[in-house]
Design a protein around this ligand. Sequence first.
Ligand SMILES: C[S@@+](CC[C@H](N)C(=O)[O-])C[C@H]1O[C@@H](n2cnc3c(N)ncnc32)[C@H](O)[C@@H]1O
Length: 317
Amino acid sequence: MCLAQVCRSPINYTGNKYRILPQFIKYFPKNVNKCIDLFTGGATVAINLIAEEVVAIDNNPRIINLLEFLKKQDYCKLIKKIDNIIDIYGLSNSYKNGYSYYKEYVKGNNGLKQYNVEGFNKLKKDYNDLKNKNTNKANLYLYILMVYAFNNDIRFNSKGEFNLPVGKTDMNKNNREKIKKYIDICKSKEIKFICKDFRKIDIENFNDVEFVYADPPYLITDAVYNENSGWGKQEEMDLLKMLDKLNDKGVKFALSNVLQKKKLNLKNEILYNWLERNNDKYFINKIDYHYRSASYNKKNRDGLEEEILITNYKLEE
Ligand SMILES: C[S@@+](CC[C@H](N)C(=O)[O-])C[C@H]1O[C@@H](n2cnc3c(N)ncnc32)[C@H](O)[C@@H]1O
């Protein structure tokens, strides 16, 4: 479950950095005591940071609770519980029964959709009906919903209901390996999950933090983390202010973002102007979404269209 030197989170999260992380994680400071993954999402970056202690922050309580729940589990016991719920809801278990067992239900390109649709919808209803969404049962249900959902994704509507339809896959070998790896990693270093708005983090307490990675929602893209959340100009400006303060305190940071989308004629003016103002301090590193190498580029911003990594230190392996 690892691409180059990067391990995959058990939570398949919209906007996760798994695919492009190998390009830039090698430039993150190594062997630091404490670092922060400020918008941790599915924790792909948090689990791959090399540090004694990682503080992983996100304002989505469902995700933070799920990550915390999975972290504390004993793998074998957890798998038994998951398999038990799969049986109760009559969902497919290709790991146990083999994929060919479900052959007659697999039509066209739809994978296990038809076999799972009824059980999935029942599980979704039962999850959405739960009053308390932070119990072991609720976290287990949410994890299984994600595994059997469209694109193995997690999405809530404005009422806080899980609202994805059934997907094509199930609790297969890959998903089992991802959970196992995640639990092992969480045992090997301290990862603290905190559910908070990033603005509530007191950066005056950052004295022992050596590195901050920030992967906020991108202002000029339309990625949806949950249909209720908003990331606007104010949030963008607050984040940049926070990064300036970190820089003043001597804390290294790396910020993922998209500066412009030429084809759509979109430009993140706030970010662009901030970079202009701090031309001598911050570095723009191009990240190629398809090609696995990061090239270093401080001055020439003309070609920048897609993913970038802004750092307050020069990238050196
Ligand atoms: C691009 S995603 C992060 C993806 C993550 N790096 C990964 O690899 O899975 C951005 C995250 O920012 C979180 N977020 C949005 N607004 C926030 C805020 N004001 N404070 C903290 N987290 C926030 C969202 O919940 C979402 O999980």
